[in-house]
Ligand binder design. Structure first.
Ligand SMILES: Cc1ncc(COP(=O)(O)O)c(C=O)c1O
Length: 304
């Protein structure tokens, strides 16, 4: 879909796993802002309307619309509609990477995927949707499935055949047997139970954040997925500060593992944001981890 030297649009911050993929294709990553409502259609419009006439326009936009990795945010319905209409207007394909779709636990009804929303339009074919079983059947099972325009699906099939022959037969067989035995209703029930499990984890994590990092960090509450994205209050007034050495060195020294926000910025900018995953820890460990993180932040503030 892209040739060396071409530009691709990526939400920013972006899932760190795709940065080396696009870099290996020698693409230029163009960042589109995001906020608590997901990708900013306004920022996207600005980028596209100011696109230099001398450069080919981007053909793809990469986004993680539910429980984004790393920001935890879920794209609002009106944003999705605007992004879809920009895709039509400026002729690009939305790469909808959605492994956390089934991990939605918000109070409001679930909004449709880009793929489903596009079906309401008179013309379809601008969404390539990626689902994953890694977050709902077994972590690391590495089985996904795709929906999208047939020529692209065929090209991906051919690519897989030359890149890795095929997805391992063992995990395919296990997944097939399980899904077949369950049927759709039991699959849906299972995913609802998984999402409620993560909702409980989110609540425990947020309670510890309020207890120890109130006034020291700011965040928006995630309604899907397994990530908390929060901004540490580090810098002197008016300065954002940088979480990198604090998280990579000081927090690690105290046995706390998180990722500094810079890992998710394609151009490696400094940022005070941090991504923490709440998928694995017990409530006691969450409490202890955030308590230790509080000490790290207080030390960093003192050192200013
Ligand atoms: C946004 C995103 N895409 C893709 C993946 C990889 O998923 P899979 O294990 O299905 O390859 C992850 C896993 O962390 C992810 O967060």
């Amino acid at each position: 879909m892209v040739n060396p030297g071409e530009s691709v649009l990526v939400e920013s911050p972006v899932y760190a796993g795709v940065i080396p993929m696009f870099s290996a294709l020698h693409c230029d990553l163009v960042e589109v802002d995001t906020d608590a409502k997901g990708i900013s259609s306004e920022s996207l419009r600005r980028v596209l309307e100011n696109w230099p006439a001398s450069k080919p326009k981007p053909k793809v936009l990469y986004t993680v619309p539910y429980g984004c990795n790393p920001t935890g945010m879920t794209a609002a319905l009106e944003r999705r509609r605007e992004v879809l209409s920009l895709a039509r207007e400026h002729d690009f394909i939305i790469l909808e990477d959605d492994p956390y779709y089934y991990l939605y636990y918000g109070d409001a009804p679930r909004v449709p995927s880009y793929f489903n929303l596009e079906l309401e339009q008179p013309e379809v074919g601008r969404v390539l949707r990626f689902d994953s079983l890694s977050k709902i059947l077994s972590s690391g099972i590495r089985i996904g499935f795709l929906c999208g325009p047939e020529p692209l699906l065929q090209a991906i099939d051919m690519h897989t055949a030359v890149a890795s022959l095929q997805t391992p037969s063992l995990t395919q067989t296990i997944s097939y047997a399980l899904l077949n035995a369950w049927g759709y209703d039991a699959f849906k029930q299972h995913t609802e139970a998984v999402s409620q499990f993560y909702r409980g984890k989110r609540d425990v994590f947020e309670a510890a954040m309020k207890k120890y990092l109130g006034g020291l960090a700011e965040w928006s509450t995630p309604e899907a997925g397994m990530f908390f994205w929060f901004k540490l209050r580090l810098g002197a007034d008016g300065e954002e500060g940088d979480s990198a050495s604090i998280i990579r060195e000081k927090a690690v020294e105290k046995g706390v593992l998180a990722l500094p926000g810079t890992a998710f910025l394609p151009n490696g900018q400094k940022t005070a944001y941090v991504r923490a995953s709440f998928s694995l820890l017990s409530p006691e460990d969450v409490d202890e981890a955030i308590k230790r993180l509080r000490e790290v932040v207080l030390d960093a503030q003192k050192a200013q």
